[in-house]
Design a protein around this ligand. Structure first.
Ligand code: SAM
Length: 243
């Protein structure tokens, strides 16, 4: 194997896997995303080439990985969360496969459950939610909002901060109850983490000042944050009231 697509976890550098960290520590080239913790980039060997992908589009990244892989270099492509959860890791793997470059996927801790967990929100909970629906929220018009509003259980929205007012409006118009508990967790698992909890009808307003990356969680499990979430700021939801 020459190219490893490695999940770095949601932000806390301690949440990379043992295998992922070992690969970072022994790589010759590290290609990493903007949100990767500096501590993890620093784990690469002193002489390793470090390439921040900031200004490269996806096609350029694919091409870079193929080029480095063809040279037989030990390459670690370090990606936020898990490479195969809204991470475009599949596209990079396909480019490598098509070019005949050996690669391995090293999963990571995805923000899908780790970020809600960091705010005291289990995305499933016996008797409360036994179903999780996960969507990308950057373009609410592209979503089946009727289906999402009717879906029982927990809704987890990636990339949903910017268009949150439209998303919420769409869910309410499609019949989701306005008092459904909702949360927005910004920069979860990092020292800059901030969480806001409110009714669905009020969540977009409550989360206005939060910074990306942020994850949106909608559903009764959010109410557990009032007991499990430490310092989570809650506008009105009480655990006892919602569960
Ligand atoms: C391009 S996706 C990458 C997801 C990643 N592959 C994963 O498995 O977590 C980026 C989105 O993930 C979510 N996200 C990633 N890290 C986060 C964090 N530390 N706190 C809150 N949301 C996060 C946000 O919704 C962000 O817009």
């Amino acid at each position: 194997v020459t190219v490893y697509l490695v999940g770095a976890g949601p932000g806390d550098p301690g949440l990379i896997t043992v295998k992922g960290l070992e690969l970072v520590r022994t790589c010759e080239v590290l290609v990493y995303d903007r949100l990767i913790a500096a501590e993890l980039v620093d784990e690469a060997p002193r002489g390793a080439m470090r390439i921040a992908r900031d200004h490269l589009d996806q096609a350029a990244i694919d091409e870079l990985l193929v080029r480095l892989g063809c040279r037989g270099l030990r390459v670690v492509r370090l990606k936020g969360g898990d490479p195969f959860v809204f991470g475009r890791g599949g596209e990079e793997a396909l480019a490598l496969a098509r070019a005949g470059v050996a690669f391995e996927i090293v999963p990571g801790v995805s923000s899908i459950s780790a970020v809600p967990a960091s705010a005291g929100i289990p995305i499933t909970h016996r008797g409360v939610s036994s179903q999780v629906t996960v969507v990308a929220g950057h373009d609410p018009d592209a979503l089946d909002l009727d289906a999402l509003a009717a879906c029982p259980g927990t809704l987890v929205v990636f990339m949903g901060l910017k268009a949150l007012p439209e998303l919420v409006q769409g869910l309410l118009a499609a019949g989701r109850a306005p008092d459904t508990p909702a949360a927005v967790i910004s920069r979860g698992s990092t020292p800059a983490a901030e969480t806001v909890v409110a009714d669905l009808a009020a969540i977009a307003d409550a989360a206005r000042s939060l910074a990306a990356p942020a994850l949106v969680v909608v559903g009764d499990v959010v109410a557990l944050s009032s007991v499990l979430g430490g310092n989570v700021e809650s506008t009105s939801i009480e655990y006892a009231a919602a569960i």
